[in-house]
Design a protein. Structure first.
Length: 137
C-alpha cells in the first residue's frame, strides 16, 4: 500500500510526447550522418585533386617534349638555312641550271638601310667619354 501523500506514481514513466523523447537521439544521428558525409566529401575531393594534379603533370611533360622537338627542328632548319645560303650550294645550283650569271657592275651595288643605325665609331667612343666624365668629378 502506498501511504504517501500527493499523487500516486505509476511504475512506468509516462514521459509525454514520443517526438520529444526521441529528439536527442535523432539529433545525434543527424550530426553523425553529417560528419560522415563531410569526411566522405573530403576524401572524394582529395582523390579528385590528386587526379587533376596527375593530369596536369602529364600535360606538362607532353608540352616539354613538344618544346624539345620544336627546338630540335629549329636547330635543323638553321643548319639547312646555312647550307642553302652558302656559296658552295649556290655555285652548284648555278652550274646545274646553266645560268649565264656574271658579277655585278660597281654601279649596280647599293646600300639599303632599313632604319637609322647609330654609327659604330660613336658607340665605341661613348664609354670612354663616360669614363672621363666620371673621373673628372
Amino acid at each position: 500500500m502506498n501511504i504517501q501523500f500527493g499523487q500516486a506514481q505509476s511504475p512506468r514513466p509516462t514521459g509525454g510526447n514520443l517526438a520529444i523523447r526521441l529528439w536527442p537521439k535523432m539529433w545525434f544521428a543527424v550530426k553523425a550522418a553529417l560528419f560522415c558525409l563531410a569526411v566522405a566529401a573530403l576524401f572524394n575531393g582529395n582523390i579528385y585533386l590528386r587526379q587533376k594534379i596527375a593530369e596536369t603533370e602529364r600535360g606538362i611533360r607532353r608540352t616539354e617534349r613538344e618544346i624539345a622537338g620544336t627546338r630540335r627542328e629549329i636547330e635543323r632548319l638553321r643548319v639547312d638555312y646555312a647550307e642553302l645560303t652558302g656559296w658552295p650550294y649556290i655555285r652548284r645550283r648555278i652550274a646545274e641550271f646553266k645560268l649565264p650569271l656574271r658579277p655585278p657592275l660597281p654601279g649596280q651595288i647599293r646600300d639599303i638601310r632599313l632604319h637609322d643605325a647609330p654609327d659604330l665609331r660613336q658607340a665605341e667612343s661613348a664609354p670612354a667619354q663616360a669614363g672621363k666624365f666620371a673621373a673628372a668629378r
